[in-house]
Design a protein around this ligand. Structure first.
Ligand code: ATP
Length: 228
């Protein structure tokens, strides 16, 4: 697909596939087009050419809310929790497309089991949480719509190394419980260590793809993204 911001083209003939059960990572430098791709999948941007299919359903003309209802949830870059709302209120917002209240309560319980720190802070305003806790809240909120595909935009950004490891453990666990994941990362080392497959994007074009091992052993990738 091709995606534009006004007259400026951000993605050029980008084609990408995520199979059920996988963790796929998209790595690339600042401004390469990673966030643009996720925003296009979740309906915040519309491609000028091309289409997006999820479980045989054409999402290309659907609204962001319809896309959430179809089973895709997006954790945006920079977390974007609602700072003036409590942890619980933020989580409940993640389920706003659902009507099955008793199931929503169950999922709230599951999120709190997975993130005990969020449970301890459930009545605290989200804006007063640490960066790592806000990232957990953003992921927890996305899980509240029961996605089958989770889009994660730079979940490790701005976090201390110990928290980065914790977030990646959480990503693996969410995947192990059956959620497919498309992960954008600048921390290519970590991303390749958890992903089954990887794509490399440079200035709006996919330049390489393969299994994580293949991509990690590519000399250009080593030089550009893996610190030599
Ligand atoms: P980063 O990690 O820095 O966010 P990225 O790979 O996610 O990088 P994008 O945010 O997708 O990159 O940006 C891709 C290109 O599109 C960049 O050249 C950027 O300047 C441009 N772009 C992004 N958002 C807009 C916008 N709202 N209007 C115009 N151009 C934009």
């Amino acid at each position: 697909m091709d995606v534009f911001y006004g007259a400026i083209q951000a993605l050029f003939s980008v084609s990408l596939e995520v199979d059920e059960g996988e963790i796929v990572t998209l790595i690339g430098a600042n401004g390469a087009g990673k966030s643009t791709l996720l925003k296009t999948i979740s309906g915040l941007l519309k491609p000028r050419t091309g289409s997006i299919y999820f479980e045989n359903e054409d999402l290309t003309k659907k609204s962001p809310i319809e896309i959430v209802k179809s089973g895709i949830s997006h954790v945006p870059e920079g977390r974007r929790v609602f700072p003036e709302m409590t942890v619980i209120e933020n989580l409940e917002l993640g389920a706003y497309v659902r009507k099955d209240r008793s199931e929503v309560e169950k999922d709230l319980k599951i999120v709190f089991e997975r993130f005990p720190r969020l449970y301890e802070r459930r009545n605290q305003l989200a804006g007063t949480l640490s960066g790592g806790e806000q990232q957990m809240l953003a992921i927890g909120r996305a899980l509240m719509s029961r996605p089958r595909l989770l889009l994660l935009d730079e979940p490790s950004m701005g976090l201390a190394p110990i928290l980065v490891s914790e977030i990646f453990e959480i990503i693996k666990e969410i995947n192990a419980r059956g959620t497919t994941i498309l992960l954008i990362e600048q921390n290519a080392n970590m991303a390749l260590s958890v992903a089954n497959r990887a794509y490399v994007i440079e200035t709006g074009r996919i330049v390489l793809s393969g299994t994580s091992q293949e991509v990690a052993s590519n000399p250009d990738v080593k030089k550009a993204y893996l610190g030599g």
